[in-house]
Ligand binder design. Structure first.
Ligand code: OAD
Length: 235
């Protein structure tokens, strides 16, 4: 293994080939569920039951899908490089594919936390396939209503500083399957060093605001990762 450091920023497109809908593509999740209702702190305060049910359904969906070839290739990079994955995805497909260092910027679907103290580690608990639903009346360790461990619009992103530390020490920065429209995640690229190589895998054109040259691979995550692996391993 060489000691070059790779940091990979992933979004919903990473899991698309596993069968999980993206958010902003046509027929994406936000076309069917108003984002303000199901993914904002105001939406949760207004109608907690609707939001709990939305994430209960997302969790059931997650239990029925598997990591795709792209996830496996991201994990395979660890054979050759020092790799950190920073994901906006709340699924656990990177971990299930074998990635060992994953930072979840927007939370984790298979965890629950307290409505009163969502970022208090003593209130964060794992959900299991057998107990994967949260209902009104379920209590967190501090006695308040249990809620999904998801960072909603209108909330702070507690893992952002850790992600910045990773991005700023990357030799190679790879962006996969994100429309780069949601901040602060999309702003991570501003923290990379001027000599960091940047690659982007996405079947559609994505605008990236960076002074660095971005090597774009206009393909889906699986095919794109195969191509990138060849480039990175010079074969
Ligand atoms: P988007 O839905 O905004 O973008 C998905 C990206 O994936 C687009 O650029 C697609 O072209 C691309 N894509 C589609 N199929 C792909 C494939 N097979 N392989 C690779 N790429 C593909 O999703 P995100 O950018 O992840 O936050 O959205 C960011 C955040 O907005 C999410 O984490 C979520 C959402 O609101 C919260 O819910 C807090």
């Amino acid at each position: 293994m060489e000691n070059r450091k790779i940091v990979i920023l992933t979004g919903a497109g990473m899991s698309a080939e596993s069968g999980i809908s993206t958010f902003r593509d046509s027929d994406g999740l936000w076309e069917h569920y108003p984002v303000q209702q199901v993914a904002s702190i105001e939406g949760y305060e207004e109608n907690p039951e609707l939001v709990l049910n939305f994430y209960n359904a997302r969790r059931k969906e997650l239990l029925n899908v598997k990591p795709n070839h792209g996830h496996l290739m991201v994990a395979a990079l660890e054979k050759y490089f020092n790799v950190t994955v920073i994901t906006q995805n709340v699924d656990n497909l990177h971990e299930r594919a074998g990635s060992s260092h994953v930072i979840h910027l927007h939370g984790e679907l298979m965890k629950a936390t307290s409505t009163r103290n969502p970022n208090d580690p003593s209130c964060i608990e794992e959900l299991t396939p057998e107990r994967c639903e949260i209902h009104l009346g379920d209590k967190a360790a501090d006695g308040s209503q249990l809620r999904p461990y998801i960072v909603w619009f209108g909330e702070s992103v507690p893992k952002f500083e850790e992600a910045v530390n990773e991005a700023s020490t990357a030799d190679i920065f790879i962006i996969i399957g994100t429309s780069m429209q949601v901040y602060p995640a999309a702003g991570l690229i501003r923290y990379i060093r001027p000599d960091t190589q940047v690659y982007l895998i996405d079947p559609k054109e994505v605008k990236v605001y960076s002074s660095q040259r971005v090597h774009t691979i206009r393909k889906g995550a699986s095919e794109g990762m195969d191509e990138l692996l060849k480039i990175l391993l010079n074969c």
